[in-house]
Design a protein around this ligand. Structure first.
Ligand SMILES: CSC[C@H]1O[C@@H](n2cnc3c(O)ncnc32)[C@H](O)[C@@H]1O
Ligand SMILES: [Zn+2]
Length: 442
C-alpha cells in the first residue's frame, strides 16, 4: 500500500513486462507477456499491459526471466539445519534415538532461532515462499517467519514419551502457541496441532490433542507410516496399522496433513481418500533414511492430495524444493516402470498449487488474477535452460534453487537479484555456526 488518499486507500501498482509466466493451463502453460500486482495480489496476467506503463508505480523488466508460483514446502523442521551432516547414513529410529533426540535435548530457544533463520534464508533464496514447520520453541520460529516476510503454517510438535504432567504442559504450550499465532503476520502465519507420530504419542494423548484441535478449529499434522518397522510396531502394540489406529482415535475427523505415508495398503489409501487426508511426500528424506518409496501414483489416481516436503535438513540434507520436485517426477517412474507415473507438470503442481491446497491456503499457488502475490523469478539465460522450449520440463528436470533470482511473498519483494532483503545473511551464518559449535563442544 502506498498511503491513504482523500477518499480511498492508494494501492501500489507494479507491472512485470517481457516475462515468461507459468500458469496452470495444460494446453498453454506459458504466458509470454506481463503480470500486474496491486498491493499483495496479482490483478492481471496476459500478453498486453492493461494500462500505459507510466501509470505503474514500479516497472520491472522480466526479460530472460521465468516467473512461477512460489514453492510450498509442506513438511519441515527448520531448526534441524543446525544438525545438517550430523548423523548421516542411518535408518530413522537409530537416527532419531541415537543422534537427533540427544542433540535436540540440548537445543535452547536461541538455537531454534538461529537454526530456523538459517533454514528460512536457504528456503527463501531457493524459491520457497511457504513452509510447514513442526518443532519446539515455536515462538522463535514464528518471530523469525514474521521478520523474514515468508508465509508459514506452524505447529508445536509434541512427543508424549514422558510423564503425564509433562505431556499436559507440552499440550498446553502447543495450544497457547496455536492460539497466539493463527492469522498473525498479516495473515501469513497459520497454525495446526501436532502429535509427532503414533509411535511417540500414546492413544489417550492423541485423543487429547484431537480434542484441542476441535476446540481451536485447527487442522492436524503428524508423521505417519514412514517406515515398515513403525507399521509393524503399531500392529504389535495396538493391533492396527497406523492409518486405522489414527482413524479410531478420531484424528481424521479433523482436516489432516500426514507426512511421509510411505507404507500404505490399498485399504489405507481408500481411508485417506475417504477422509480427504493430505499427504506430504518427502522423497529426499525417505531415500536418505532408507524408509522406502511412497505409493504416490496410486494416491494421485485415487484423488488424494499429494504435496512435497523436504523434512528437516538433517535428513535431506538441503531444503531445495526443486530437488524434491525432480525426485518426485523421477523415482516413481523407476519404481513402477511407468514413464508417466508422475508427469513433469504434476510434479511442479505438487510443489506449488497442490502444496498450497494441502495446507488449506486457497489463494496462493497460482499466477492468476485474484491470487496472493507469492511468486519467484528464475534466470533462464543459462545453458541448462536452452533451448528455449518447454519451460515446465526445464523447471522439473533441469532447475535448482541456485537459479532463483527474485522472490515475492504477499506482494513484497524478499529477494532481489539473488540477495535476501529481509535477512542479514552474514550474521545468520555466523550465529548458526556458533550454535553448532556450542552444541557439539560439551
Ligand atoms: C516434536 S518436534 C519434531 C521432531 O520430529 C523429529 N523428526 C525429524 N524428522 C523426522 C522424521 O523423518 N520422522 C520422524 N520424526 C522426525 C525431530 O527430530 C523432532 O524431534
Ligand atoms: Zn518430519
Amino acid at each position: 500500500m502506498l498511503g491513504v488518499g482523500k477518499d480511498k486507500v492508494i494501492m501500489k501498482k507494479t507491472i512485470i513486462t517481457n516475462g515468461q509466466f507459468i500458469i496452470w493451463n495444460e494446453q498453454h502453460p506459458i504466458v509470454n507477456g506481463c503480470m500486474v500486482i496491486e498491493d499483495n495480489r496479482i490483478t492481471y496476467i496476459g500478453t498486453e499491459a492493461p494500462l500505459p506503463l507510466e501509470q505503474y508505480d514500479e516497472r520491472i523488466d522480466g526479460t530472460n526471466k521465468l516467473f512461477m508460483p512460489g514453492l510450498v514446502n509442506t513438511h519441515c523442521h527448520a531448526a534441524m539445519s543446525l544438525l545438517r551432516g550430523y548423523g548421516d547414513d542411518l535408518a530413522l529410529q537409530v537416527w532419531l534415538q541415537e543422534k537427533m533426540w540427544p542433540m535436540e535435548g540440548k537445543f535452547t530457544a536461541h538455537d531454534v532461532r538461529w537454526g530456523t533463520e538459517l533454514s528460512i534464508l536457504e528456503m527463501i533464496k531457493g524459491g520457497t515462499t511457504t513452509f510447514v514447520d513442526m518443532y519446539d520453541h515455536m515462538n522463535e520460529v514464528a518471530q523469525a517467519v514474521e521478520r523474514s516476510g515468508m508465509r508459514a503454517v506452524l505447529t508445536r510438535g509434541v512427543i508424549g514419551l514422558c510423564p503425564p504432567e509433562v505431556q499436559d504442559a507440552k499440550l498446553k504450550e502447543a495450544v497457547q502457541f496455536a492460539r497466539d499465532w493463527n492469522g498473525q503476520a498479516n495473515g501469513r502465519i497459520t497454525t495446526m496441532m501436532s502429535p509427532h507420530a503414533p509411535y511417540t504419542c500414546p492413544p489417550d494423548y492423541i485423543e487429547k490433542i484431537v480434542q484441542a484441535a476441535h476446540d481451536l478449529n485447527l487442522p492436524i499434522h503428524t508423521h505417519m507410516s514412514e517406515t515398515a518397522r513403525e507399521v509393524q510396531d503399531n500392529v504389535d502394540q495396538y493391533g492396527a496399522r497406523p492409518v486405522e489406529h489414527l482413524e479410531k482415535l478420531g484424528v481424521f475427523a479433523r482436516p489432516t496433513l500426514v507426512a511421509h505415508a510411505v507404507h500404505l495398503t490399498d485399504e489405507e489409501i481408500s481411508l485417506l481418500q475417504k477422509y480427504d487426508v493430505r499427504v506430504s511426500h518427502n522423497p529426499g528424506s525417505n531415500l536418505k533414511l532408507a524408509s522406502g518409496v511412497a505409493r504416490v501414483p496410486e494416491l494421485l489416481k485415487r484423488g488424494v492430495k499429494v504435496s512435497l516436503g523436504t523434512d528437516g535438513a538433517a535428513s535431506n540434507n538441503n531444503l531445495d524444493m526443486f530437488e524434491e520436485i525432480r525426485l518426485a517426477a523421477l523415482i516413481h517412474k523407476a519404481v513402477t516402470g511407468d514413464p508417466v507415473a508422475v508427469p513433469a507438470e504434476e510434479a511442479i503442481r505438487m510443489g506449488t498449487l497442490e502444496g498450497a491446497r494441502s495446507i488449506w491456503l486457497d489463494d496462493v499457488g497460482a499466477l492468476e488474477a485474484g491470487m496472493k502475490a507469492d511468486f519467484i523469478a528464475i534466470d533462464i539465460d543459462q545453458a541448462h535452460f536452452f533451448p528455449k522450449t518447454n519451460y515446465v520440463s526445464h523447471v522439473v528436470y533441469s532447475a535448482s534453487a541456485k537459479d532463483v533470482t527474485d522472490v515475492w511473498v504477499d506482494g513484497k519483494r524478499l529477494v532481489k537479484n539473488g540477495e535476501c532483503l529481509t535477512i542479514d545473511e552474514e550474521k545468520v551464518l555466523a550465529e548458526a555456526q556458533r550454535c553448532f559449535e556450542r552444541l557439539t563442544s560439551a
